[in-house]
Design a protein around this ligand. Structure first.
Ligand SMILES: Nc1nc2c(c(=O)[nH]1)N[C@@H](CN(C=O)c1ccc(C(=O)N[C@@H](CCC(=O)O)C(=O)O)cc1)CN2
Length: 296
């Protein structure tokens, strides 16, 4: 079997188009422009690229973008004061603090200072609790993107066996909650899971978010399974820097039914879903109907 490639870049473009259409209608019918504030602390090169991309795509879909770039030695009090200002700014419907933060800042404290209604990352403890109990919440962007691609590929996910490899708060745990919400039988596996290849071989859906380059091998995959690769690992191969996922692509693609590539799979969906979440937050704050197909 040769796997169908799930094109995240094309899918993300479609999502952005849907967001842009909805934003245009919001402006025309209600005079409302959604606004997204992105906060970057420090000069991490990858974070700078992601934040630039977020600002550009926000403007492209017709939203207002507010970028706040703070020095690496910004104090917790200064960052919390900025978040408080953004929480109280009616032009700002979504707030995102780019992670990772410099070591001297307490990530949990900072994230939990964001108004949960504006928490477009879905990382606030209130949103985590709402998602975990099956209530309306803001949903983390990367898992939401994975869910959208899986629903699009399969239609219903009900009754499928899903294995999520990785237990991070940003991807693994919310991904498992979303798959459970769509009636999958979900296993969360991780670096300490015994007989990991055997556990993965049972899955109809594999979501790899473990942060280890090419760890998941083709002989771990059940014939015809759908493989979603969340990993973004920069490695050196034959003297060149390359980007690889957590899945060994060639061997997995030879057995899987469908697979996301790296780059061009899950990554582009993360920012598209951030825009979708900002639109959702804006609609909710004005008591307007939420955009269809862009939420969990
Ligand atoms: N506050 C947040 N911080 C971080 C998040 C997040 O969702 N919220 N996720 C990641 C980084 N990230 C967005 O912030 C992100 C990562 C990757 C991509 C992407 O499009 N990747 C491309 C490859 C790009 C490259 O060459 O580096 C791909 O996979 O095709 C977008 C966004 C950590 N921080």
């Amino acid at each position: 079997m040769v796997a169908q490639v799930i094109d995240g870049k094309a899918f993300a473009a479609t999502v952005r188009g849907q967001v842009a259409d909805h934003v245009a209608r919001l402006k025309e019918e209600h005079g409302i422009t959604p606004g997204l504030a992105v906060v970057l602390v420090g000069e991490d090169p990858a974070s700078q690229v992601y934040v630039r991309s977020k600002g550009k795509q926000t403007v492209e879909v017709g939203m207002n973008s507010y970028e706040h770039k703070l020095d690496a030695d910004t104090s917790e009090a200064e960052l919390l004061a900025l978040i408080d200002k953004l929480n109280n700014d009616p032009a700002v419907h979504g707030i995102l603090v780019q992670l990772p933060l410099p070591k001297h800042l307490n990530e949990d404290l900072v994230i939990n200072a964001i108004d949960p209604a504006k928490d477009v990352d879905g990382f606030h403890i209130s949103n985590v609790g709402l998602l975990g109990t099956g209530q309306k919440s803001m949903v983390p962007c990367t898992p939401l993107g994975c869910l959208m691609m899986l629903r699009d590929h399969h239609g219903s996910l009900s009754g499928m066996d899903a294995v999520v490899i990785g237990r991070s708060n940003i991807v693994g745990k919310p991904m498992a909650q979303l798959l459970l919400g769509d009636s999958c039988t979900v296993t969360i596996a991780h670096s300490r899971t015994r007989n990991l290849p055997e556990v993965v071989r049972r899955a109809d859906i594999v979501v790899a978010a473990v942060g280890r380059p090419e760890m998941v091998q083709g002989d771990w995959i059940k014939e015809g399974a759908t493989v979603i690769d969340v990993g973004i690992n920069r490695i050196e191969r034959d003297g060149k820097k390359v980007l690889v996922g957590d899945v060994h692509y060639e061997s997995a693609a030879a057995v899987a039914g469908a697979i996301t590539p790296v780059p061009g799979g899950v990554g582009p969906m993360t920012i598209a879903c951030l825009l979708a979440n900002t639109l959702t937050a804006c609609c909710r704050s004005h008591g307007l109907p939420e955009p269809e197909g862009l939420t969990a």
